[in-house]
Design a protein around this ligand. Structure first.
Ligand SMILES: Nc1ncnc2c1ncn2[C@@H]1O[C@H](COP(=O)(O)OP(=O)(O)OP(=O)(O)O)[C@@H](O)[C@H]1O
Length: 243
C-alpha cells in the first residue's frame, strides 16, 4: 500500500527536478513545481523555452530524462506503458491548437471518443451538461468540417472534459481562433476549474489568454524564471517584456 503525503494529495500534478534533454539541448532543466487541485495556471515563455516539452512531460505524453512527475500522487515514471496510457485516458484531458477532431465522426462521437476507448458508457446527464456548457446541443450530428473553428475547439473542450479528468492540459488552444471565439474557449476552461474543480494547465503566447488563469509561470531556457499571481493582461505583457 502506498502512503501519500498531504502535499501529494493536495497537488494535482507535481514535478520534481524534471530534466529533459535532446542530445546536447536541455529542453527542461531541473523543474520543480506543484499544480494545486482546481487551479488554473498559464505557462508562457519565448519560442524554444520548453513549454511544449513541459506540457508533454507533465501530462505523461513523454518521459523526462530525469526527475519525477506525479499525477494525483502517482509517480507516473513507475508505471508501465499500458497503465500510463490508462491513467492519461481516465484522469487527463487534452486540448490542442489544431483541435484534432476525427473528420469522419460527428460531434457527439468525437466528444464521447475517450469514453469509448476506455470501454465506458457515457453518463447521459453529464454528457448533456457539458454539451450545453460548450453550446453545441444543436450540432451533435454535424461533422467537424461543418463547424466553425470556434465550434470545433468547443467540441474538443467537451471531449477533454467528458471523462471528468482531474487535469486538463491545453496547448495554445486559442492560437487559431479570433479574439472573441478565443474568449469563449477560455471561459470554458475557467468554468471547468470553477464549476467542477478541474486543474487547468494552459500553454499560451497570448497575455490576454494568460489573464484568465490564477497564475502565470514564465519559462526561459527550460527553467521557471518567474510567477505572476492574479494576472492582468497588461501585467503579463510587462513581465513578458522583462524576460
Ligand atoms: N523532439 C525533439 N528533438 C530535438 N530537440 C527538441 C525536440 N523537441 C524539442 N526540442 C528542443 O527543445 C527546446 C524546447 O522546445 P519546445 O518545443 O518545448 O519549446 P516551446 O517553448 O514549446 O517552443 P514554441 O513556442 O516555439 O513552440 C528547443 O530548443 C527545441 O528545439
Amino acid at each position: 500500500m502506498t502512503t501519500m503525503t498531504a502535499e501529494a494529495t493536495a497537488q494535482a500534478v507535481g514535478l520534481e527536478s524534471v530534466t529533459k534533454t535532446y542530445g546536447a539541448v536541455r529542453a527542461l532543466d531541473g523543474i520543480t513545481w506543484s499544480f494545486p487541485r482546481g487551479g488554473f495556471t498559464a505557462v508562457m515563455g519565448p519560442s524554444g523555452s520548453g513549454k511544449s516539452t513541459f506540457l508533454h512531460c507533465a501530462s505523461g505524453l513523454d518521459r523526462p530524462t530525469a526527475g519525477t512527475v506525479r499525477i494525483g500522487g502517482t509517480d507516473i515514471g513507475r508505471l508501465g506503458e499500458a497503465r500510463r496510457t490508462r491513467l492519461r485516458r481516465e484522469r487527463i484531458g487534452f486540448v490542442f491548437q489544431a483541435f484534432n477532431l476525427i473528420p469522419s465522426m460527428d460531434v457527439e462521437q468525437n466528444i464521447t471518443l475517450p469514453l469509448r476507448l476506455g470501454g465506458i458508457e457515457a453518463d447521459p446527464a453529464w454528457l448533456r451538461e457539458i454539451v450545453a456548457r460548450v453550446g453545441l446541443a444543436d450540432r451533435l450530428r454535424h461533422r467537424p468540417s461543418e463547424l466553425s473553428g470556434g465550434q470545433q475547439q468547443r467540441a474538443a473542450v467537451a471531449r477533454a472534459l467528458v471523462t471528468r479528468p482531474d487535469v486538463v492540459f491545453a496547448d495554445e488552444p486559442t492560437g487559431a481562433l479570433d479574439p472573441r471565439t478565443a474568449r469563449d474557449v477560455l471561459r470554458l476552461l475557467r468554468e471547468a476549474a470553477d464549476l467542477t474543480g478541474q486543474t487547468i494547465v494552459l500553454v499560451t503566447h497570448d497575455p490576454a489568454a494568460a489573464a484568465w488563469a490564477d497564475s502565470v509561470l514564465f519559462l526561459r531556457a527550460g527553467r521557471i524564471v518567474d510567477e505572476l499571481a492574479a494576472p492582468s493582461a497588461a501585467a503579463v505583457a510587462a513581465r513578458w517584456d522583462s524576460l
